[in-house]
Structure formats: C-alpha cells, structure tokens
Design a protein around this ligand. Structure first.
Ligand code: ZN
Length: 157
C-alpha cells in the first residue's frame, strides 16, 4: 500500500491554503470530506490521506509530520522513525551547550540530491570554497533535519 498523493516536489501549504477550492492538501478533494487535522487556515489533511500518509517532500509535509511524529525519547528513536520514510544522511554535530544536536539531510529527491553531492565534490576538488549553491531545485532536493540528544527535532529548511 502506498500513498498516491505523496509529494514529489516542494509545495507551500500556506500559498495553497489561500486557494478556496479544496480542503485536503493531498488529495485535493473538492467535496466536503471531513478533515482529520486542520493544519493552516482551516485546511489540512483528510482521513483517507492521513491513514496512508508517507513523507514525500519533508518541507512540504512538515505540518503533517509534526502532527504524526511521536514524542521521541532519544535521537536514535527519532532517526529510526524518519528513516522509515526515506534516505537520511548524517552531516554534522553541533554542540549547543552540551545538548548535542546532530544535523542530517532528509533526501526528498534522490536523483537531484546526488547531483548536488557531485557538484559539491567537484567544487571541492577544484579548491573552491563551498558555501551554498545558488540552485533552488538542488536546494529543495533535501531538508536539513536537526535532532537533539533527547529526541526533539526540527525541520530546518
Ligand atoms: Zn485527502
């Protein structure tokens, strides 16, 4: 069983919610099917979609993720949960006053993400300083995900 309305690309739920036609961010059912959860402006996700929900694009799906994610007790538990939905790559550790924060990339689009990694590699091999690549598509191929030692997480960009 898979989720037919899984997001392939980033969509801004706030921009979508301005449009008055549909209530469910996923199936876009125009009938008045009751929502399972209202996310923004009284719109959200319907029961049928919530039952089958799978993360497609973490940035687009962040509100549903925040709704369905359990209270994790540890970083490992949070990481296991996110990994059920896709590729998660470790990036860095940030020690914020000893509350270890691990930064991961949650991959939204594996093909574009690989292209991104290749571009970074190429720049490094040429000795360029790598900051941010000015390529929106490539940038949207992943979301940064910060997970704390105690299991709290935040979806960064
Ligand atoms: Zn729906």
């Amino acid at each position: 069983m898979s989720f037919a309305y899984k997001k392939r690309e980033f969509e801004d739920i706030f921009a979508w919610a301005e449009d008055g036609n549909s209530k469910c961010f996923y199936c876009r059912d125009k009938e008045d099917a009751p929502l399972a959860v209202a996310l923004v402006h009284g719109k959200g996700i319907c029961h049928a979609c919530l039952e089958r929900f799978e993360i497609g694009h973490l940035g687009a799906d962040r509100h549903v993720v925040d709704h369905i994610a359990p209270e994790f007790q540890s970083r490992e538990e949070a990481l296991r949960w996110f990994k059920q939905y896709g590729e998660v790559h470790f990036v860095d550790v940030v020690d914020e006053e000893q509350d270890d924060v691990y930064i991961y990339h949650f991959v939204n689009d594996p093909e574009k993400y690989r292209k991104y990694q290749e571009m970074l590699e190429e720049m490094r091999s040429k000795g360029h300083l790598v900051h941010l690549l000015d390529d929106r598509e490539v940038e949207m191929s992943y979301n940064s995900l910060e997970i704390h030692k105690d299991g709290r997480y935040s979806i960064v960009s």
